[in-house]
Design a protein around this ligand. Structure first.
Ligand code: PT1
Length: 327
């Protein structure tokens, strides 16, 4: 992955200003810290090399999950789904026992543990890296014991004062996702002066909290949290400003799969008809350097990413060919 150009962002009202920055300016004093954060190679995350975009498959063990109407509630079905995702090319399986989609109801940690632990244990032999989608420290601990190596927390470790310590002590890697509000109320008139700058600032605070708790920097991934306290304009703005998030100096995850954002852009298409839009956003995220894409449709995403990578390779070779004298 490479950058072709860099813009400098200067805070301002109503929106920050962008101005093109000569690449040479990146090595100068005042830009050095941010340019290092932007360009330093990302170390492996939970043992996974981030040399290309990796696929995170969503395994819901919830009766009210938005995308599959709860058909994966039973552990057996969830395990079967997870195994098929591994065969289809998922690098990570994200197992969740509490839906966080807009309007979802909360699940007590004991019930959440009852749902996710057997599934994590059963998925371990597949060799996939397991992530647990939870905001509860009790569940993080139980999942770590069961074999998970990543915590994906939609509250960016802010739900409990114990979370960051538990992640640090267990040696789990973590995804810090941005949410404004909580799943019950977050979609009630979300407001930002400029969503990308505010989400960026909130994530910087979350990263600082995680680092202060002793979580190693390379074990921290950030995620702007599409659909979590954001309307259609905010979501699209975040997607347009994705590259800025690399300046946090951490790997970047994007999750847009089957979300209502896609319905809003395509005549209220129902959840079952959002694969095309999901792939379009996944490819956009890849082009903006996303390290992880969180998806339901692993086989389709894998194919799109492979074809896209081959096209990118061929484009690069064509440029080289064009610059060479005819032989
Ligand atoms: C996500 C994510 C997640 N999304 C991470 N974890 C969900 N790291 C759960 C809608 O508008 O993007 N990143 N865990 C699912 N959440 C939603 C949100 C589902 C909004 C649907 C919508 O339809």
């Amino acid at each position: 992955m490479a950058f072709a150009a860099v813009d400098e962002i200067v805070s301002g009202h109503p929106a920050p200003q962008m101005r093109p920055l000569p690449l040479a300016a990146l090595v100068e004093g005042s830009h050095q810290a941010v340019s290092h954060a932007l360009t330093a190679a990302r170390a492996p995350f939970a043992g996974i090399a981030l040399d290309r975009t990796r696929i995170v498959g969503v395994v819901n063990v919830t009766p009210d999950s938005f995308s599959d109407g709860g058909s994966y509630l039973t552990p057996e079905k969830a395990v079967r789904l997870g195994c098929s995702m591994v065969r289809a090319g998922a690098d990570i399986l994200d197992v969740g026992g509490e839906s966080t989609r807009p309007g979802a109801t909360t699940v007590p940690p004991a019930e959440e543990i009852r749902r996710v632990v057997p599934v994590i244990e059963a998925l371990r032999p597949t060799g996939a890296v397991i992530s647990v989608d939870t905001r509860n420290p009790e569940t993080m601990l139980a999942a770590a014991d069961a074999g998970a190596s990543i915590v994906n927390d939609v509250t960016a470790l802010s739900h409990s004062p114990d979370s960051a310590r538990i992640v640090a002590e267990t040696g789990l890697a973590v995804v810090l996702m941005h949410m404004r509000g909580n799943p019950q109320t977050m979609q009630v008139r979300p407001y930002y002066d400029h969503a990308p700058s505010e989400v960026y600032a909130d994530l910087a605070v979350a990263v600082e909290r995680a680092r202060a708790a002793g979580i190693p920097p390379h074990q921290i991934i950030v995620d702007p949290g599409l659909g979590f306290g954001k309307n259609r304009k905010h979501n699209l703005q975040l997607l347009a400003w994705l590259p800025m998030f690399h300046c946090l100096g951490h790997g970047l995850m994007v999750g847009a799969s089957r979300k209502s954002l896609i319905g809003h852009l395509d005549g209220n298409a129902p959840v079952s008809d959002r694969i095309g839009g999901s792939l379009a956003i996944a490819l956009h995220a890849v082009c903006q350097g996303a390290n992880l894409v969180r998806v339901h449709d692993v086989a389709e995403t894998r194919q799109a990413l492979r074809v896209w990578a081959a096209l990118g390779q061929s484009m690069a070779e064509s440029v080289v060919d064009a610059g060479r004298p005819p032989s």
